[in-house]
Design a protein around this ligand. Sequence first.
Ligand SMILES: *Cc1c(COP(=O)(O)O)cnc(C)c1O
Length: 371
Amino acid sequence: MKKARPFNFSAGPAALPEEVLQQAAAEMLDWQGSGMSVMEMSHRGREFISIYEAAEADLRELLAVPREFRILFMQGGGLAENAIVPLNLSGLKPGGKVDVVVSGSWSKKSAAEARRYADVSIAADGAASQYRSLPGNWQLRRDAAYVHICSNETIDGVEFHELPDLKALGSDAPLVVDCSSQQLSRTIDWSRVGLAFGGAQKNIGPAGLTLVFVREELLGHALPICPSAFDYKTVAEAQSMYNTPPTYGIYIAGLVFQWLKRFSYAGKTGVAAIEQRNIDKAKLLYAALDGSALYENRVAADCRSRMNIPFYLREERLNEAFLAGAKERSLLQLKGHKSVGGMRASIYNAMPLEGVQALVDYLKDFEASHG
Ligand SMILES: *Cc1c(COP(=O)(O)O)cnc(C)c1O
């Protein structure tokens, strides 16, 4: 029998469904009788266009993306979008004002980058809680061009379980969401979104592909200094083919979308099914951490991430032994981000319930032998 693959808890680039990797391997030298690898195809050829169109249609169906949104397949990752967004949207209103809610490391970076192009104000900052809860009491400017949030802070493990309703907060600015580590893990309330972006390498496919969901009405306001290849209007008008898109990344993402369409769990299918499994996985892991005397997760209960679960061993001297023991059990990449230390288990869509159960079993066994 073939040896099972290890469980990979990497925060990104992260695990992909094994079925997807196997299909990609089988099609590597010859995609569906074309005689070519997908990597070798013209992005303007019939074969690749069919891959691209299916991927876009499947994604639109999975997330129920309304018609008024364009889906762009770009390059540059989440960090490049931190510049591309203000280059495209800060000119929506005179004054180029951008309000940013800082809920952790990633939104802090977004604010710093946007400052290079726009008049940035921090609408709220979770620093006082050490980013263990979402900041309240937002100070939104009436004439802001847009408001930026990060819907899941990958390093701090803090997640918005509901997107803010800016209108109810007295703002008519569009909401921009960095959903890099959250996209496709749950359904989205598009009525609250102006633009959402995310790198693919957390939940969707290989690094190098960035997805942007943008309301049509927000296109066409780019600053003159915006590079043409990053002008959303130019990209949208060219069906994401103004320049060569990350073709292999789009192909793998397309296979992930097909996998998700087939996916069923607890009597549900597609994104509803994966969301339910993500809820169950997170519950299982948080319960094990909360029930232990050795481990702790420090995030407030109402905004704990379903995707990235940072935790600490109360005795730091055990960190190395913990990681070595995990590796022996084929539980990989549990080391926390260097800026915060400790451990982090990222349990994206591709992580099965059995993987989280194996981690929970290990947590208990390690505590029993070292507690
Ligand atoms: C990973 C991540 C990024 C950075 O993405 P890159 O592709 O490395 O640029 C930005 N925001 C969030 C929330 C992330 O998780």
